[in-house]
Design a protein around this ligand. Sequence first.
Ligand SMILES: *[C@@H]1O[C@H](CO)[C@@H](O)[C@H](O)[C@H]1NC(C)=O
Ligand SMILES: *[C@@H]1O[C@H](CO)[C@@H](O)[C@H](O)[C@H]1NC(C)=O
Ligand SMILES: *[C@@H]1O[C@H](CO)[C@@H](O)[C@H](O)[C@H]1NC(C)=O
Ligand SMILES: *[C@@H]1O[C@H](CO)[C@@H](O)[C@H](O)[C@H]1NC(C)=O
Ligand SMILES: *[C@@H]1O[C@H](CO)[C@@H](O)[C@H](O)[C@H]1NC(C)=O
Ligand SMILES: *[C@@H]1O[C@H](CO)[C@@H](O)[C@H](O)[C@H]1NC(C)=O
Ligand SMILES: *[C@@H]1O[C@H](CO)[C@@H](O)[C@H](O)[C@H]1NC(C)=O
Length: 377
Amino acid sequence: MMLSSILLLITCLQVISGSDFAFTFDANKNKCTATASTSSDRNHTHIILSNNTVLLEELLNATRQNAQAIKEIKSMINGGHNSCEAINDILLLVEELIMLHNDSSSFSPIPSSCQEIKNKQPNSPSGVYLLETATNGTQYIYCNMEELCGSGGGWTRLAYLNMTDSTENCPSGFRLYQSGGVRACGRVTSSEGSCVSVEFPSNGISYSQVCGRVVGYQFASPDAVDNIINGPESHNDINSYYVDGVSITRGSPRQHVWTLMAGVSGGFSTTEYPYNCPCSTGSLQSSKIQSFVGNDYYCESGAGNTWTHIFYPSDPLWDGQGCGSIETACCNVPGIPWFHRDYGNTTTTDYLELRVCANQDTGDEDTPVAFYEIYVK
Ligand SMILES: *[C@@H]1O[C@H](CO)[C@@H](O)[C@H](O)[C@H]1NC(C)=O
Ligand SMILES: *[C@@H]1O[C@H](CO)[C@@H](O)[C@H](O)[C@H]1NC(C)=O
Ligand SMILES: *[C@@H]1O[C@H](CO)[C@@H](O)[C@H](O)[C@H]1NC(C)=O
Ligand SMILES: *[C@@H]1O[C@H](CO)[C@@H](O)[C@H](O)[C@H]1NC(C)=O
Ligand SMILES: *[C@@H]1O[C@H](CO)[C@@H](O)[C@H](O)[C@H]1NC(C)=O
Ligand SMILES: *[C@@H]1O[C@H](CO)[C@@H](O)[C@H](O)[C@H]1NC(C)=O
Ligand SMILES: *[C@@H]1O[C@H](CO)[C@@H](O)[C@H](O)[C@H]1NC(C)=O
């Protein structure tokens, strides 16, 4: 009971460090809602203080060291300041108390993963929580508490990009595309095959499952895993540009998690045509899928029956929608757009890495990404 109230309070603590929060307080429902004004990373965070008095009393019972702070909190409670401002002030004090408590007993009430919060408080909403990470101190991290990938809630988000939000920038080293109302992040200009990469540290959070999704766009003529241009060296090398699309791996040396391929066309088909998705009808690429990829891939095209050297803004890739006439099977797979890896009883703290790759120059092909979110638990 005591621990669970601290967890509830920690839900609130998340809001105090960000100056980009706006608070609204619904006195009838005793509900404080914090809305992020600048960073969509923070999104909406709902804080429910069902009975402040009880919660704080329990907390005070756990942290009797600081008489002055307790006095101040009590006077605030007694003053009946049922406003977000007062809650904010109280939480600042509570944070100090938690720190003191931690120092004196070496017991950290701060949870170390979203799964832990979900286990202790099954009704916790999705939102940004303060987590005590194994290797990188306390961090504000988004927890998705909904059912994802058919495997329950309590997911810790390691990676997030939402380029629809005009305040978001491409990851360092990526190049911004702006076309047809879409903002997306692709390879830096290159006259040959290349990848751009972004890494997402786990901060020591241990996990055995990865669940995520990526939305990209087709530029010009990506060829999925065709290897006519570059031959077997890069094609069979997970460290190279083995795909025209997105490679998601974990750790070093890289271990494959998921591959998101872009085929050149969703409608054009002749028996000799080698550039369409491996999952499309009559594809010549099914034998070209690397053994380290296996079935762990999605492939779509953004172009219809023909293609040219343009950006295709109207059919996002890897959303499982808008597959052309020959690639129906590519969209018709369970789980899409979410990809899911379950490592069973094996846990890891590997960082995740997302690379946008292609084996020809950037004038010929690219698959810039506009959105991704990757969770672990
Ligand atoms: C916040 O996140 C939820 C779930 O991911 C989403 O439905 C909602 O649109 C987001 N709101 C904003 C303002 O970004
Ligand atoms: C809050 O808790 C106190 C102490 O247990 C109780 O007397 C009071 O009725 C509670 N208030 C609400 C609104 O539940
Ligand atoms: C706090 O501690 C006092 C004395 O031990 C006890 O009577 C009271 O019930 C506790 N309050 C809560 C909310 O646990
Ligand atoms: C809590 O205590 C542990 C062990 O002393 C320490 O590593 C950690 O940084 C402390 N956390 C906070 C929030 O002070
Ligand atoms: C992405 O950002 C836009 C603009 O802020 C927002 O409307 C949308 O809900 C976000 N999408 C997701 C999936 O978070
Ligand atoms: C520690 O966390 C910060 C963000 O709070 C991040 O920028 C940094 O990369 C992390 N360091 C490691 C070693 O994971
Ligand atoms: C995973 O662990 C459970 C419980 O320890 C055990 O019953 C199960 O056989 C294990 N599964 C695998 C694939 O090792």
